[in-house]
Unconditional design. Structure first.
Length: 367
């Protein structure tokens, strides 16, 4: 059922892109290596010049009934990534269901800025919308979803996405000038290295594993027994090659598309973290829309979030297979109990800073 639904949606997206001219695309040849949430934090792409003649921005007055509403939607993923596939699908749906009145322009590959720049642009109204991973920097509770072993499966993730706890977390961004509509789960993070097979947390002792700049992730890797260093993702390949790093942790998709598998011999399905991006709109822009338009956008975004989750789940299986074909030894974990026990100190720390009841509520949905 899931595959047939995805095929139907992808078909609609492809057909719509042939007949609509309202979406902006990256220049031909855009690389497909910006594959997961952490990369959006590290993309060095510069924002395009702000605004174009005739385009609506988050600070302008509401569009009169019947007037075209233009929504600039930025992200830092490549044009062949699920992010752009879903972005194009949402664009075609909004255009079709509004009679062409609502135009969602997608700007992939960091055309409108890095992850932090996108977040700031949406917050201050320079652009109308984006999907990015950094909203936890302005509302710490958003990081709740990145606690280790919070989720047991993609089904657990999707159950959370439709829960009261999800709504509660997203609504916290209202006070920051942001209307958040939903989550895009980026995928399971898994630890790889070029030294030895890792079957238990004890096997990580002494290994230097690269982390991106996320305090919960750093705490998690240390609790599991690894040594960590924060490093830009663009530096990881050479660091692995020269021995400056023993390993990295990423979804399978990234390990493959960034060619880390050429050096790494081992990858373990640690599933220690599920990253999320947040789909968000500038609050003033959102308030300028009619109730009918808000409802339409909410419905399309919600379906797009489900579509994205399904595509990412399928890509996880696909790239696991490609890594094995590339010579990587992938170790599955039968019992995660030792791993979950090892990260208890992470929860002891963060439950003091976040909503402990909400954390437990999310865990109880799937464990």
């Amino acid at each position: 059922m899931r595959k047939s639904r995805i095929a139907m949606l992808l078909g609609a997206a492809v057909i719509a892109s042939m007949f609509t001219g309202c979406t902006s695309k990256a220049p031909a040849g855009t690389a497909g290596t910006q594959a997961v949430s952490e990369n959006t934090k590290e993309t060095d792409s510069k924002a395009q010049e702000e605004g174009k003649a005739g385009e609506t921005t988050g600070t302008e007055a509401p569009a009169p009934s019947g007037e075209t509403i233009v929504i600039k939607f930025g992200h830092n993923y490549s044009v062949d990534h699920p992010a752009e596939i879903v972005g194009q699908w949402m664009s075609s749906q909004l255009a079709g269901k509004s009679g062409g009145r609502i135009v969602l322009e997608t700007y992939p590959s960091g055309q409108l800025g890095t992850s932090n720049e996108l977040m700031n642009s949406v917050t201050n109204g320079t652009i109308e919308s984006c999907v990015t991973s950094t909203f936890g920097t302005i509302e710490k509770n958003i990081y709740t979803v990145e606690l280790p072993y919070l989720f047991s499966s993609f089904d657990h993730v999707k159950k959370f996405m439709h829960s009261e706890e999800s709504t509660q977390l997203l609504s916290l961004l209202d006070a920051k000038g942001v209307h958040a509509n939903g989550w895009w789960p980026v995928g399971w993070r898994n630890i790889g290295n070029n030294k030895r097979e890792v079957k238990t947390p004890a096997d990580l002792k002494g290994l230097l594993i690269r982390a991106f700049d996320n305090e919960i992730l750093i705490d998690t890797l240390k609790a599991l027994g690894a040594n960590t260093t924060v490093m830009n993702v663009s530096e990881v390949y050479v660091a692995l090659q020269t021995g400056a790093l023993d390993g990295e942790e990423n979804p399978f998709l990234n390990t493959y598309t960034m060619s880390f598998f050429e050096i790494e011999k081992y990858k373990t399905e640690t599933h220690h973290m599920m990253n999320f991006d947040v789909v968000a709109f500038n609050q003033k822009f959102w308030d300028s829309l009619s109730a009918e338009d808000q409802k339409l956008i909410d419905e399309v975004v919600a379906e797009g979030c489900d579509m994205y989750a399904d595509l990412v789940a399928e890509s996880d299986d696909k790239y696991r297979g490609l890594l094995e074909e590339g010579g990587v030894q992938i170790t599955s974990i039968e019992d995660y109990t030792p791993w979950i026990e090892a990260v208890k100190p992470v929860y002891e720390k963060w439950e003091k800073e976040l909503d402990a009841d909400l954390i437990q509520g999310v865990k109880d949905m799937g464990w």
